[in-house]
Design a binder for this molecule. Structure first.
Ligand SMILES: [Ca+2]
Length: 172
C-alpha cells in the first residue's frame, strides 16, 4: 500500500515536472524543487487543480490587477475569499505563490471601524505582519496589501487601488 502510494506520488511528480518542463530553465534547481513541493502539496491535499494546500486550506494566486472588492468577488465566485493569514507558515506560502516583490491584496480591512480589522472570510484577526509605522490610517486607507517596497510586508491603502491577489478556501 505504501509502495503504491509512493509510486502514485512519483507519477504525479513526473507528470507535474513534464507539465512545467517548458518553464523550467537549465540550472534552476530551486525552481524545480519548489514546483515539486507545490505538486506534492496538491497531491497530498484535497484542493482543486492549480490550488496549493496547507493547514486544511487551499490557496491560489491571480496576477490580474483588480480593486479590493472586485478581487474579493472574484474569489467568492470560486467559493473562496481573499486570503486570510494566521501564521508565518501561511504567510511564507503566500510569498512563494506571488511574483517576487509584487504588491498583492490580502483579505484584511478596517473599513467598517477604524480600530477593528477583520478578514473577509470571517476568520479571527490573530496574526499580522505590518510594515514599520503601518497601518497609518491615512484618509481612505482601509484595505491591506503586501507591499512591493521596503519591508515588503503589510500596508493599509485605498481599496480602489488595483493589485494582483490570492484567494483561499477550506479544503473540500
Ligand atoms: Ca498605509
Amino acid at each position: 500500500m505504501v509502495h503504491m502510494t509512493e509510486m502514485s506520488l512519483l507519477f504525479v511528480l513526473f507528470m507535474a515536472s513534464s507539465a512545467f518542463g517548458q518553464v523550467n530553465k537549465p540550472g534552476s534547481g530551486q525552481t524545480n524543487e519548489t514546483q515539486n513541493r507545490v505538486a506534492t502539496k496538491q497531491f497530498d491535499s484535497q484542493c482543486p487543480c492549480s490550488w496549493v494546500g496547507l493547514n486544511g486550506r487551499c490557496f491560489i494566486y491571480f496576477s490580474q490587477s483588480l480593486d479590493w472588492a472586485s478581487a474579493e468577488t472574484h474569489c467568492m465566485n470560486m467559493g473562496a475569499h481573499l486570503i486570510s493569514l494566521h501564521s508565518d507558515n501561511e504567510y511564507q506560502l503566500m510569498k512563494s505563490l506571488i511574483l517576487p516583490g509584487s504588491p498583492t491584496w490580502l483579505g484584511l480591512n478596517n473599513c467598517m471601524k477604524r480600530d477593528s480589522y477583520f478578514w473577509s472570510d470571517g476568520s479571527k484577526y490573530d496574526y499580522s505582519k505590518w510594515n514599520k509605522d503601518e497601518p497609518n490610517n491615512l484618509p481612505g486607507e482601509c484595505c491591506v496589501h503586501v507591499t512591493s517596497i521596503g519591508q515588503m510586508d503589510w500596508n493599509d491603502i485605498p481599496c480602489s487601488r488595483v493589485y494582483p491577489f490570492v484567494c483561499s478556501k477550506k479544503m473540500a
